[in-house]
Design a protein around this ligand. Sequence first.
Ligand code: C2E
Ligand code: CA
Ligand code: CA
Length: 749
Amino acid sequence: MIKNKSNYKDVKFFLIPFVVLFMLFGILTYFNVQTRINEILKITEESTVTIADSYADALLNSKEASAIVTHLLDEKILVASKAVLLLDDTISNLSLIDLAERFQVDQINLYNAQGEIIYSSEKQYIGWQAYEGHPVNDFIKSNKDTLVEDIRQDTENKKFYKYGYVKRRDNTFVQIGVLAENIHSFTSKLEIQQIIEKIITKDDIKQVFFIDQNFKIIASTTPEQDGILIENPSIRDSIENMQTDVERRTINGEEQLNSYAPVFYNNEWLGTLFFVWDADLYESDIQNIIFYGVFELLLLMLVIGAILNFAYKKNQSNIKIAYYDTLTELPNAAYLDEYLSEVVKKCKKQKVAILLINCTNFKTLNITYGFKYGDMILKQIANSVKNEIPSDNMFFRFNADRFVLVVEDYKDQEALLSLAQKLIDVFRNPFDGGIRHEYVNVEIAVFEVQSCNIKVDKILQDATLALNNINSSFHEQIIFFDQNMEVDVRKKDIIETTIRAIISGEDKKSFHLEYQPKLDMKANRIMGFEALARMNIDSLGFISPPEFIELAEKRSIIYELGNHIMKEAFGFISALKNNGYEDLTVAVNLSAIQLLRDEFIDDVNELIKEAGIQPSMLEFEITESILLDNFEIINNKLNDIKKLGIAIALDDFGTGYSSFARLRELKVDTVKIDQYFISKISELDNRDLLTADIISMSHKLGLHVVAEGVEKREHKEYLDEYQCDILQGYLISKPLKYDKALEFLSVFK
Ligand code: C2E
Ligand code: CA
Ligand code: CA
């Protein structure tokens, strides 16, 4: 779970691109290195071709030349031999010496038919006899007339000669010998071996071989390898391909770079030049390429890493700004939203709840001592709570003076309650405000997540709703959200909408006034009515006046509703007047908010005029409680109202805080003793009742006294005895609809 915003997924966001880039550039570097290695191979191949081209010609020349030389030599030997034959009878050792000089050959021997040397340019050979197995004997045995042998060692003087033979008609024959070293001196500079040795003087080439069609090394820079047959199948393949080629291969654990160049003569493949390049040189090149490749890659990654690291740090600080509260360093509402939505998804596996903690006196604190002071206290609150809660519970600053604790995997409601109690205890001690110790009042709403699909917003909304249901007058501090609270909110919304429709005139059926008659005890006649509001909404049924009046006050529509009520009540007054009851009064209940509005008196005047009624038939009832905060203002207003000729009654007398001392100053005509004191009449002994005292004290102040909630005969008797002026209650009549109220008057007469 994302317990720390700055450590979690963001690292991944930067690591992944880094790894991807690393891989990407790694692959690029790899290919780059590979390309450059291939370039080296290519250069090697080109060099091979160039070298092969330049030496192939020489090679071919040598091949050709030695063929020609051999041919000329053969010719020469034969010509010399034939010249000897021409000597015929004049043959002598001397003439042979002469001929040898003339033809530039090294030896001339004349054999008899049995193979014995009869004449020779080298007189020590005279008398030498060819024996079985000797090449001379082989010639005698062959029926050939002429023969030129390949170079061989002379059996006598051990020198190498090329010998040729020509037979005469009498089977005697001439042998001509040319010293091989002379032939060599003639052809040696053209030999393959020499060419190869020239090639090796090239810096980078270590070894050169000339390999023939049968994979036999016929010439090489390492003569000990001459004549060896190439066995390596891959080398054989390359040779057989007859194409210029470069290959890297490991032979006997050693890296080698080989190249091939086939040599052709008259379109006939003579063999292949095989080069072994200096691997060290080439290896060090490759190593350099790899080294620089890797170096470049690392440098690049270092730069990218630095950039990403910078971006990461920047992001971290952005996260801090976005997800953490700068003052308390607690995670904030945005974080709460993300976190909670994650946690809620897992609600099938573990229980999830939130504790919404509200500091109730913070506004006053800020206003009184300044926001800096408030901030200082908030910081302490954050720290104290953090120290108190289990570390795996996330604690957020939700808004100004509200905190949220997310509780996961708890046992039951009991556990939540004790956790909430623990938090309340944190606030039992005062916080250090520097100038003074500060007590912070808190209330906690507990919301248990029941559905894994619930939106975070809904959770917070419901928790807030629960907070609103805390009854602070009973010092309640912890409340669990329950579904009814939501029902209640919905109900209130419907009531509000209905009230608005009533005010605008759209809704004519949900609202009306009822009129409760009031009995004048002395005259025993109905002296007036109290107008009481009634609301009946189709979907909700009957709504009690205190409920919708309070709601209208809270939602700031009481003034308009009050005007609507007056209009309807004034209509009733007008009807009374029209029916000849001009001496009756109708009391209308007022809310403090109505009274406090500047335009109230003007509006009342206007409505009176519109209805065409006398103010003397109108009375306003105000409750004691509204006097509490605004005594002076209210009292001035009451004075203005009285000046219009409207009477004023103080409602619910005895329940509030007003004293008789205050009552003296107050501009009222009547007090209405609260039902509570009337209901006590039947319960308590007469001696313990205050009711009689209230009546007599009020009379002393010159006020009329109305008793409310008179339900029983004994109430009436008691009130009669203590001279209460007016009675109101079910005993006389329940509140009545317009028609019934008028009807009641005619019947009561
Ligand atoms: P309230 O002004 O003290 O009104 C008297 C309440 O006592 C009325 O309740 C009435 O129906 C009830 N009542 C009358 N006789 C008896 C009785 O013998 N026994 C009992 N148990 N009750 C009796 P209701 O109509 O429910 O009104 C309650 C409160 O709602 C009123 O208390 C008044 O404060 C407020 N209210 C009613 N109508 C209006 C209105 O038009 N404007 C304003 N601002 N407040 C109103
Ligand atoms: Ca009243
Ligand atoms: Ca009352």
